[in-house]
Design a protein around this ligand. Sequence first.
Ligand code: PXP
Length: 242
Amino acid sequence: MPRLSVNLNKVALIRNSRGANYPDLVRVATDCEGFGAEGITIHPRPDQRHARYDDVFALRESVTTELNIEGYPTEKFLSVVLEAKPEQVTLVPDEPGQLTSDHGWDTVGRAEELRSIVGKLKDAGIRTSLFIDPVADLLEGALAVGTDRIEFYTGPYAQSFDEDPERAVASFAKASRYAAELGLGINAGHDLNLHNLSYFVGALPDLQEVSIGHALVTDSLYHGLSNTIQLYLQKIAEGSRR
Ligand code: PXP
């Protein structure tokens, strides 16, 4: 079954809005793990408007499941992750001021740069994942630069899910089969929620991890964090049985 990694950026955003350490990200991460989350993700951006670089070190001390750090590989980002050594680093091709991730890497055009960065991370014992769109050439490019895994950018799936779920998932299911054939590990994330998650999981039997933040934190306002994590785990289980 795919693991649920909870992305805590939106919790950090609430904390930052008041200046004090409340809510405390470490405490929330520990509670998420206690409630059943199988990983914790943060995405420190250069402006540190939600998760910050010092959160990476604090979470490294406390997370006992798996810590996944996402981000654009600036010098600062790389120095932080190489020192903190999370279990996984997901490289994302965001421009520094971008509101949220909205596309994957050009693994062919930027192969040289990616090969060098992936190599440094792997030498440090960190599993690597590249955020990408579900396209065969890009998967081949990902394999060629040496990454362990890819993370499918699922925004377009979520956007067209209501219109036609089968069509929305088709390119991801096909790319996932190909990624598995190539021997790449498969993660997914962005805009996954209680409504579209189980269908996605059911269509990608090789999926290893989903990272979910915005919808999960929003659902927690209604159901509480503990119940919400249970609901997401149930959706993953339901999808896996399909
Ligand atoms: N994966 C990546 C690379 C992301 O940038 C984000 C958002 O920070 C997510 C997954 C999670 O997306 P969402 O917050 O929509 O669940």
